[in-house]
Design a protein around this ligand. Structure first.
Ligand code: BG6
Ligand code: MG
Length: 215
C-alpha cells in the first residue's frame, strides 16, 4: 500500500500514463516489423513498453532472427521515428489520458513536486503538443538517460533534479520495465493499467483519475 502522506514528489512516465501515445508506438513498430517480414504481436509490444528506441529495435531483430549492419539499423530507427512522428503530428490536449490534468493540478495545489521520467526522445514535443509542459519541475527523458528501464537511472536522475530522496518519490508507470526500474530506485510505484503487466507494483489503478483524491 502507498503511504500518500510521505510523498514529496511524483515522477510520471509519459507514454501510456499521461498521454495516449503507446498505441502509436505500437503501430509504428508493427509497420516496421511487417516491412521486415516479422509478425509483431501485442505481447511483443508489451515487452517494448518503457524500453528505448534502440533497444526496442534490437529486440525485434532478435525475435525476427535478423542481423543488420549498424548503418541499416540507423535507417530502420529513422524510419520508425518518422512513422511515429507522423502519427503524433495531430496530437493535442484531447489525447491526455483520463485524470492526467486533474492529477497534475492537484499535485501543484498540494505543493508536491512533479518530474517526468520517460525513455522517449520525443517527450518535450509531446508535452508541448498536449499543453502540459509547464507543470513539470524537472524533465528527464531519453535524451539525458543512457541506461534503459529497468535500470533505475531515469528515476534517480528525476529525484536528484528535484532534490528529493528516492524513498519520498512516487512513480506512475504503465510498463513492467518501469515498475522494475522504480523498485530498483527504492521508490514507491503505482502501475497504471492491467495487473498482469505490472508485477511488483505497490498498487494498481486503471487510470490517473483514480489517484486525484488520494493527495
Ligand atoms: C517509451 C515507450 O516511453 O519511450 C517506448 O514506452 C518507446 O515504446 C520509448 O520506444 C522511446 O521513445 P521514442 O519516442 O524516443 O522513440
Ligand atoms: Mg509508458
Amino acid at each position: 500500500m502507498i503511504n500518500y502522506t510521505t510523498i514529496k514528489a511524483v515522477i510520471f512516465d509519459l507514454d501510456g500514463v499521461l498521454v495516449d501515445t503507446a498505441i502509436y508506438h505500437f503501430q509504428a513498430w508493427h509497420r516496421l516489423a511487417t516491412s521486415l517480414g516479422y509478425s509483431f504481436s501485442v505481447a511483443d509490444n508489451e515487452q517494448l513498453k518503457g524500453v528505448s528506441r534502440v533497444e526496442s529495435l534490437e529486440l525485434i531483430l532478435k525475435w525476427a532472427g535478423l542481423e543488420k549492419s549498424e548503418q541499416e539499423k540507423e535507417q530502420l530507427l529513422i524510419q520508425k521515428n518518422q512513422w511515429y512522428l507522423a502519427l503524433i503530428e495531430q496530437l493535442n490536449p484531447g489525447q491526455l489520458l483520463p485524470g492526467s490534468l486533474d492529477l497534475l493540478n492537484k499535485l501543484r495545489e498540494k505543493h508536491i513536486l512533479i518530474a517526468l521520467g520517460s525513455a522517449s526522445k520525443n517527450a518535450l514535443n509531446i508535452l508541448q503538443k498536449t499543453g502540459i509542459v509547464d507543470y513539470f519541475d524537472a524533465l528527464i527523458d531519453g535524451n539525458v538517460v543512457s541506461a534503459s528501464k529497468p535500470d533505475p537511472e531515469v528515476f534517480l536522475k528525476g529525484a536528484a533534479a528535484l532534490g528529493v530522496a528516492p524513498s519520498y518519490c512516487l512513480v506512475l508507470e504503465d510498463a513492467q520495465a518501469g515498475i522494475d526500474a522504480a523498485k530498483a530506485a527504492n521508490m514507491q510505484v503505482i502501475g497504471v493499467g492491467e495487473a498482469d503487466n505490472l508485477k511488483g507494483a505497490d498498487d494498481i489503478v486503471a487510470n490517473l483519475a483514480a489517484l486525484v483524491d488520494k493527495f
